[in-house]
Design a protein around this ligand. Structure first.
Ligand code: PMP
Length: 401
């Protein structure tokens, strides 16, 4: 038997094969790290698996639930096209102006981006007006940074649920005490109860149009909340372009409002991960201190500027969604909730959302079963508005289930 060296540390035995050259062994605050095991010129770093308990509780299990991807299924033995209606993406490609500007920026990718994102912020101001903006890696990145900026461990974060799960996940990761405030049975926000629960929260999250229900909360109701709470309200407007309301006017009147926006939906840039927020001026420098240096990469930032230069492209995509959304609502034989977004939520009772989503996947239609949305129950699916053929494929299958 080959001679092996044994290392013993707090009762764990690590066997090191003599075929490896042990460069160094570090013992650091209870962690044993074998560093630089060199073999055949390849360096490797190995951590002893018994140390997984060192991982923070909130990251040991659970986490964000992603929608199923087209590559994960092969309907009919791979013979039919997959309708991708699970992730609320824009089925249309990005504007050619976005592609062109992204391509140009790629050629200078040897340089770091401008850390202030001055060109993108100027383009946002030309598009929306003279507001204050911050950017992030998707709106997800903005949400995470806002939480890091405002919330200390043990402080309260209120979330109007059922909704997008990332607010709760990111807040828990920051050590916050998350308080879920249920919507009413029709999924409208119960304003008095939201105000009661959110009054003393450091930060509150409200999504309008809401993911996954599609429900729109009118600006007057948002205003009621804003004037009654002592903390900051993060109003998630990821899908706002697809609804009839505009919340920007509230920015000038309330200093405790953040409007989260994204280029992932109406602007067709989900793959580039560009998020931004309208933010009160006082908060911007604090956000920038809390953010990871260089909030966005230069290719994504430039493509976003290109997309802002082509408002017609966005307008066409939005009008298509509004028209096709009404058609899906009309032609689906199950109850569909009113929606201001590029998706609809369908009540598939008495079946479960999972059963129906699996059945649809077998026929080449990917939709989202809503079981993973806390507080929603088991009988809903969320269906994005796609191309005409995708919506038709969905309607054919669901109406036959
Ligand atoms: N908010 C909501 C309500 C969303 O549905 C999503 C994406 N699914 C996001 C934020 C995150 O968007 P982004 O792609 O910009 O990270």
């Amino acid at each position: 038997m080959a001679r092996q060296r044994q290392w013993s540390y707090t009762g764990q035995v690590v066997i090191i094969s003599p075929r490896h050259t042990l460069c160094n062994v570090l013992i650091k605050r209870g962690k044993l790290i074998l560093k630089g095991l060199a073999r055949g010129g390849r360096m490797a770093e190995k951590r002893h698996s018994g140390y997984t308990t060192l991982v923070r509780e909130c990251y040991r299990s659970g986490g964000y639930v992603f929608a199923r991807r087209a590559a994960d299924i092969s309907p009919g033995g791979g013979t039919c096209r997959v309708a991708r209606l699970a992730s609320n993406e824009n089925p249309r490609p990005p504007s050619p102006m976005a592609v062109e500007m992204g391509f140009q920026a790629l050629q200078e990718a040897n340089r770091y981006p401008d850390e202030r994102m001055a060109d993108l912020i100027r383009a946002l101001q030309e598009f929306h007006g003279r507001y204050h903006f911050v950017t992030g890696v998707g709106m997800d990145g903005v949400i995470e940074t806002v939480i890091r900026t405002l919330v200390s461990p043990g402080e309260k974060v209120a979330v109007s649920t059922p909704t997008f799960s990332f607010y709760g996940l990111a807040a828990v990761a920051q050590g916050a005490e998350v308080v879920n405030v249920p919507r009413d049975p029709a999924f409208s926000v119960d304003i008095p109860s939201f105000v009661r629960m959110a009054r003393d929260a450091k930060l509150s999250f409200l999504c309008t149009p809401n993911n996954p229900t599609g429900t729109v909360t009118p600006p007057e109701e948002v205003e009621e909340i804003l004037s009654a709470i002592s903390g900051v309200l993060f109003l998630d407007n990821a899908y706002v372009e697809f609804c009839d309301h505009d919340y920007r006017a509230l920015m000038g009147r309330y200093d405790n409002l953040i409007l989260g926006r994204t280029f992932s939906k109406a602007f067709s840039l989900a793959g580039l991960r560009v998020g931004y927020a309208f933010m009160p001026e006082w908060l911007v420098p604090c956000y920038m201190r809390a953010a990871t240096p260089f909030t966005l990469n230069s290719v994504s930032a430039s493509a976003a500027i290109g997309a802002l230069h082509d408002p017609l492209h966005v307008q066409e995509a939005v009008e298509r969604v509004r028209r096709l959304r009404e058609q899906v609502i009309r032609e689906c034989r199950y109850p569909v909730f009113p929606s201001g977004a590029n998706f609809v939520m369908v009540d598939v009772s008495p079946s479960t959302g999972k059963e129906v989503a699996d059945r649809l996947a077998e026929s080449g239609v990917l939709v989202r079963s809503c079981e993973s949305f806390p507080g929603l129950g088991a009988h809903f699916i969320r269906v994005s508005i796609g191309e005409e053929w995708e919506n038709a494929q969905f309607l054919n299958v669901i109406n036959a289930v």
